[in-house]
Write a protein that binds this ligand. Structure first.
Ligand code: ADP
Ligand code: ZN
Ligand code: ZN
Length: 765
């Protein structure tokens, strides 16, 4: 009714900037609406409903700015905020952080802010209390009115006492009634007693994992505790803790957390994939028995997440442990005393959908905004952090070069697979004779072994038996081979799956090109499981030999169960993908075997070397944690490769220095900043044309000193039926890259569907 509004303009109380839950205003900071007088008390961070677009469709959003004066220039078609939407309120600090992320990573601000709050919180899942009912003590004497009420009472009277009190919903179903009316009437009339309870899932505090005793810090640990502890109240500073696996980094974190809590403040500790590292949660809870430790992870029920979130917001939970998104824990800047990022090099900190933020970098930004220190820890730091600590002095370097008292340095040996093959090792085997011997010996000594192969499935490709034919089974939708997975332990029952689009098909009997039989080639972790059983026939699949990968582990709980069984010594051989490389702390592991160190090495990605070195260092560091010296065996076709040599000799620092120099020569991150523009289009020609146009638009406004690489097809030119192209933008200076990207944005270069931008891209697949 614009005409009426013009005749009787409603008074404007103030102006609100609102970030709406839509993929619009990318890289921006919200749009403007007028606040009507009845909403004059609207606050920053509240959820509101605003009319969006020409039709004025009611849309939810966050109030990210308030102003008394109308913004200049005032949009011609301004409208009023419709109403409050209810739900959680975001603290101002998180709004600022969210707007920074939207700006830096070129994301939609409203969606970014909504992504910072667990869905369970926005929906209010935790506030749904359980209503439990039981009979009032004198109910038996009284009579109910009507058949429905009598049915309810009859059910309650026949239930055994341990089934009481009963949940309202369950009672309704049992009594066979359609509404809650009869139950509520009985409550009103005093025949039934209703209690409200909020149930908290205490899976974490109930973890039956062994927790190490509180050790006395070594001199090296104490120095770091003192150094970082000394600047806790001196504002923002960045620290990199380089400590070999088992050097007692976690102990340093715990002491620093103690210091922060003593000062009355809160801590956020980030770990990669918390659902895989239940031990850290158990350890923190054990060390802070009087604190509520909020453990945030995706496997938690919604209600628990909501409860934790509000406990943090209200300052009750002062220790927050979680994966990437825990960096958005809702405490205020005043409350926040320290952020810890453990295993800061880990790739899972980078989110691979919009907003494509990096958890470590957001942590640094958040610490800067809050004026508190941030501590990054790793045995194998990312080159980004290594550069900050050793070249640009943006971070202070602390070292724990030795393992904690009582832990031995494992013996690490490389096994040259080319040589093994020359000496007659069977081609059907993946485990070389020396590793076979070591495995048998470990089991004879009643010790445990950990075997890593970072390839899921049984066979990694299916091809025609006729060599001249050359047919290989590929996914219809992706440029990738199909992986053969076995179902159960029957050798012949299996299916083919694409690891990109998850499509599944049956194993063909014949080659579609020439009719010959098909061969299952390449070794996945399932096939290694068979081989281990063949080497050690006394092992029992699923009992003393366990396989851990995303196929065998249905839930985080499954994984925790396996970890518990491994810790208690029930599992002798644990075999798995990189899931097992993270944070596993089992003192009795005697043997670690890396089946194929080259899996990551040959990826067409400039971080392949770095990741290989990190992964091998992490797994080989898993042994020798108890009294006995461990043995780590690393199988590779390329024993002279720099990352493998460095990992085996424990020379990570030297490797990182050399790798930094290599990156310098080719102007790659962290020396240069990199943004990746991709087009993923259902049509090949249109996709190619689109990336061409986008690249032209980018080029047209390129500042001096920047590099544009592409357009070119991506490493996987087609995934999920989309043809993929990329153009890489790089620049030595982050500020220049940022203003260029924003100029491109304003010029409309990224506006079209199918185009996406990844700032500080991590995986270039
Ligand atoms: P990291 O996190 O560097 O891999 P952890 O903190 O997990 O190392 O420590 C490895 C093991 O050493 C743990 O079992 C821990 O309890 C123990 N530990 C740590 N610091 C000490 C110390 N000062 N004295 C004795 N044991 C220690
Ligand atoms: Zn596919
Ligand atoms: Zn064929």
């Amino acid at each position: 009714m614009p005409a009426v509004q013009e005749l009787f303009p409603e008074p404007v109380a103030a102006w609100a900037t609102v970030a709406v839950d839509r993929p619009i205003d990318v890289g921006g900071g919200g749009l403007t609406w007028a606040i009507p007088t009845e909403l004059a008390d609207l606050q920053l961070g509240e959820r509101v409903v605003v009319p969006l677009g020409r039709r004025g469709s009611p849309t939810n959003g966050w109030v990210v700015g308030l102003a008394a004066e109308a913004p200049q220039p005032l949009p011609e078609t301004w409208k009023f905020v419709l109403r409050r939407a209810g739900g959680p309120q975001l603290p101002e600090d998180l709004i600022n952080l969210g707007l920074w992320i939207a700006h830096y990573y070129l994301a939609a601000p409203g969606l970014t802010l909504s992504g910072m709050v667990p869905a369970a919180v926005t929906r209010g899942t935790g506030t749904v209390e359980r209503r439990l009912l039981h009979l009032a003590p004198d109910a038996k004497e009284q009579t109910a009115r009507g058949p429905a009420q009598r049915a309810v009472l009859d059910i309650l009277r026949t239930l055994p006492s341990e089934a009481l009190p009963i949940e309202r919903r369950v009672l309704r179903t049992r009594a066979g009634i359609k509404t809650f009316g009869p139950i509520d009437k009985l409550v009103d009339n005093g025949l039934l007693i209703q209690e409200c309870r909020t149930e908290i899932d205490d899976r974490w505090s109930a973890q039956a994992l062994e927790v190490p005793e509180t050790p006395i810090p070594t001199a090296a640990q104490q120095t770091i505790i003192d150094d970082v502890g000394g600047v806790l109240t001196s504002g923002f500073s960045t620290h990199l803790l380089l400590g070999v696996t088992g050097s007692g980094k976690t102990e340093v974190y715990i002491r620093l957390i103690e210091a922060v809590l003593r000062a009355g403040k809160s801590v956020i500790m980030l770990v990669p994939e918390i659902s895989l590292t239940p031990q850290t949660g158990a350890r923190l809870s054990a060390r802070f028995p009087n604190e509520q430790v909020a453990v945030l992870h995706s496997a938690l029920p919604g209600a628990t997440r909501n409860a934790h979130w509000s406990a943090i917001a209200q300052g009750q939970a002062r220790v927050v442990l979680g994966a990437r998104s825990a960096v958005f824990a809702p405490m205020t800047s005043d409350q926040l005393g320290l952020i810890i990022v453990d295993e800061e090099h880990d790739g899972s900190y980078k989110q691979d959908s919009a907003p494509r933020y990096h958890g470590r970098d957001v942590a640094i930004r958040r610490a800067q905004m809050a004026g508190c220190p941030v501590l990054l820890g790793s045995a194998t730091p990312s080159l980004e952090s290594w550069q900050n600590a050793t070249v640009t002095s943006k971070a202070t370097l602390h070292r724990l070069p030795e393992r904690a008292p009582g832990l031995e340095v494992p013996t690490v040996r490389v096994i040259d697979m080319a040589q093994q093959r020359r000496e007659g090792m069977a081609y059907t085997h993946a485990i070389s004779p020396p590793m076979r011997t070591a495995l048998r010996r470990t089991l004879e000594q009643q010790k445990q072994a950990l075997l890593l192969l970072n390839r899921r499935g049984w066979a990694t490709w299916i091809s025609c038996r006729q060599q001249r034919c050359g047919w290989v089974m590929r996914c219809d939708q992706c440029d990738a081979t199909m992986i053969y997975h076995r179902r159960g332990d029957l050798p012949t029952s299996g299916y083919l799956r694409c690891h990109h689009c998850q499509a599944e098909v049956r194993l063909p009997r014949q080659c579609p090109d020439c009719g010959s039989g098909v061969a299952r080639l390449g070794t996945g972790v399932q096939r290694v499981e068979d081989e281990v059983l063949e080497i050690c026939p006394s092992l029992v699949r699923g009992k003393t030999l366990c396989r851990v990968d995303t196929d065998s582990m249905g839930s985080a709980q499954d994984f925790h169960d396996v970890l518990g069984r491994f810790q208690r010594g029930e599992i002798q051989v644990l075999l798995g993908t990189q899931m097992i490389a993270k944070g596993l702390d089992v003192p009795t592991v005697q043997l670690v075997g890396v089946i194929d160190a080259d899996t990551a090495l040959n990826l067409p990605d400039f971080r392949a070397s770095e990741r290989t070195c990190q992964l091998i260092s992490q797994v080989t560091g898993r042994c020798g944690r108890g009294a006995s010296v461990g043995l780590a065996l690393v199988q590779t076709l390329d024993p002279t490769a720099a990352p493998i040599r460095a990992a085996i000799n424990g020379h990570y620092e030297q490797f990182a220095d050399e790798e930094l120099q290599l990156r310098q020569q080719v102007a790659l991150p962290p020396i240069a900043r990199l943004a990746r523009v991709t087009v993923q289009h259902p049509d090949l020609d249109q996709g190619q044309a689109l990336i061409g146009r986008v690249t032209e638009a980018i080029k047209a406004i390129a500042p001096p000193g920047v590099t544009i690489t592409g357009p070119a097809p991506c490493t996987y030119p087609r995934l999920r039926g989309r043809h993929r192209f990329e153009t890489l933008l790089s620049c030595a200076d982050a500020g220049t890259l940022q203003s260029w990207l924003h100029a491109c944005l304003h010029a409309g270069a990224f506006r079209e569907r199918f185009v996406s931008v990844d700032v500080d891209a991590y995986a270039l697949a």
